[in-house]
Design a protein. Structure first.
Lengths: 266, 303
């Protein structure tokens, strides 16, 4: 019997799609595999070992960069999510207001302006402040990261707010709840998956940033990605693979958790 | 009563701006404000050791595409800059084209899966997109470098004696950019493909259309907004790419992003760097406006 005619088939498309998935994952999988290499090569397999994880763990520069990355990502996620919650509350469920377009343009600016341009702008501006105040601490990096994390935190929170049922809040208002009580007891409990999703996205985005950090950081303020970028010029050992694998693990866990969180129904 | 609603409206407006204030302050301080200062800097004179001298000058803008001959003071096009602009545009267009060739069939494949499977396939596209760009660039680098996986395997099999030089070429930059930006092509094409009505395709087949004709005359026109959106989403970050050309091009194959960085490092010409940044931003804004238009068209079409 003839196979039924499939209107959805296009010759060769499935092959290309499979090649596409293979191409997306093969380099990452190889990177992970060679992080367990016993030898010093990133391409010749010499048996399984944890030695590069141990050596990365013992590497003082890696330790410092990791701690710095985590501190910056923590504060950037906290700050950007808090201000994004407030901004989302202010911009959803209201009619069009004066200055709305400007507000949206400003919030989304970090998504639209090329990273290198933002990086250069921050370099120029912070150089002025550094000269004026003499302060060269981590605060510059934390503020820069908070700024470009805002749209990433804002978008899932806003999406959540827009999908929420208003009747519960109206009922609470009818029962003489104050606006703050309504927010704490009604809105916030429904909003938390969105907030958590936004915070996780912001954390990952901050943790992964290379370009802006590279331009804003003062001497000796390497984060894990800028440390890795500096190492690429030298002879690389699987230690870099081990660090990459650890970072990949964090990112993938966060993305999967983010996807699951955004599916929770209101 | 009317008075009450006016004060109520005023109160709402005040609350709204109070809630918006923290976000806007951070953004003014670390996004919009610095951008304006960059614009100002592009009209100043360079300091001897980086930084600027506060003297008005249009030299930086002039130097974006022109240069004065150091010997006889004649004006001419800046070949070095123009060739870097040309390379940036060329590599970005080629990257977009390659992403389209691979991304379109992939989006089509996902859109034609049973409904339950689609989310799983899309997650497979999204995961690499959210993982560190540097790590993904690095993964490709390990694959194609002289002592990398491909060359080692080919030498071990006896196909070649000397490693093939793939790294630090324009090819390696395109490969790296296609690899990191491919999800940006698949996502919007899939979004319009998902809503494609396959009864139209069936009707075309009933009218004796070939598969190629159906693709060209029915499917492509219907998902065109998605294709345009995807192309712009890939083209824009490619044009402003900094990490990928730095890692994959090894300092020989500069793109605009690297040229900008150079002005703040060895070049010590901050105003020129600022002017180049604003130029890049302007090009990107034009492309994004085209994107907004394509996205709008999409919405009208699907109502």
């Amino acid at each position: 019997m003839d196979k039924a005619f499939d209107v959805r088939k296009q010759t060769g498309f499935t092959t290309i799609a499979m090649a596409c998935f293979a191409m997306l994952y093969m380099p990452i999988i190889l990177l992970v595999i060679y992080s367990f290499n016993a030898g010093t090569s990133i391409a010749i397999w010499e048996g399984f070992s944890w030695r590069w994880y141990a050596s990365a763990w013992d590497n003082e520069q890696v330790q410092e960069a990791t701690i710095r990355s985590l501190i910056i990502a923590f504060w950037a996620a906290l700050i950007s999510t808090s201000v994004a919650v407030m901004a989302a509350l202010a911009t959803t469920r209201t009619r069009k207001f004066r200055g709305q377009t400007t507000v949206f343009a400003m919030i989304n600016q970090p998504l639209m302006v090329p990273e290198i341009v933002t990086a250069v702008a921050l370099l120029i501006f912070f150089a002025m402040i550094k000269v004026a105040t003499g302060y060269t601490g981590l605060l510059y990096l934390i503020i820069a990261h908070s700024a470009f994390c805002i749209p990433f935190a804002y978008l899932p929170i806003r999406a959540r707010l827009q999908g929420m049922d208003l009747s519960l809040e109206q009922a609470a208002a009818d029962l003489y709840a104050t606006p703050f009580q309504i927010f704490r007891r009604i809105t916030l409990p429904q909003l938390w998956p969105g907030i958590l999703a936004g915070a996780m996205l912001a954390f990952v985005i901050s943790l992964d940033d290379v370009v802006i950090t590279e331009f804003v950081k003062s001497a000796g303020q390497d984060t894990l990605p800028t440390y890795m970028l500096g190492q690429l010029r030298r002879v690389v050992t699987p230690e870099i693979n081990a660090i990459s694998t650890a970072l990949l693990g964090i990112s993938i866990t966060m993305v999967v958790a983010f996807t699951l969180l955004s599916k929770i129904k209101t | 009563m009317a008075e009450l609603s006016i004060t109520e409206a005023k109160r709402q407006t005040r609350n709204r701006w109070l809630l918006l204030a923290p976000a806007l302050i951070i953004l003014i301080f670390a996004a919009s404000g610095p951008l304006l200062i960059t614009l100002v800097y592009s009209f100043l004179s360079p300091g001897d050791f980086g930084g600027v001298v506060w003297e008005f000058s249009t030299d930086a803008w002039f130097n974006v595409v022109m240069e004065r001959d150091i010997f006889d003071d004649t004006l001419g096009w800046s070949d070095a800059h123009l060739s870097i602009f040309w390379r940036s545009v060329k590599l970005s267009l080629l990257t977009t084209l390659c992403c389209l060739i691979v991304g379109f069939p992939t989006a089509y494949f996902i859109a034609t899966r049973p409904k339950k499977q689609r989310d799983m396939w899309m997650l497979l596209i999204i995961i690499p997109f959210w993982t560190n760009l540097l790590i993904r660039t690095f993964a490709i680098l390990e694959l194609i470098r002289n002592e990398g996986v491909i060359n080692s395997a080919l030498i071990a099999m006896g196909v070649i004696d000397e490693p093939i030089q793939m790294l630090f070429t324009e090819f390696s930059i395109i490969l790296g950019m296609v690899y990191v930006y491919l999800p940006l092509m698949v996502l919007p094409i899939y979004a319009s493909m998902e809503r494609l009505d396959f009864s139209l395709v069936e009707a075309a087949y009933d009218l004796y259309a070939t598969r190629l004709k159906v693709l060209r005359r029915v499917i492509l026109p219907l998902v065109k907004p998605g294709v345009i959106a995807g192309s712009i989403l890939v083209f824009v970050p490619s044009l402003g790419a900094y990490v990928t050309p730095r890692v994959m091009g090894g300092g020989n194959q500069l793109m605009i992003g690297n040229l900008i960085e150079l002005q703040f490092g060895q070049g010590r010409n901050w105003p020129l760097g600022a002017a180049l940044s604003i130029t890049l931003l302007a090009i990107v804004m034009v492309a994004l406006m085209a994107y907004v238009r394509a996205a709008g068209e999409e919405e009208v079409r699907h109502g």
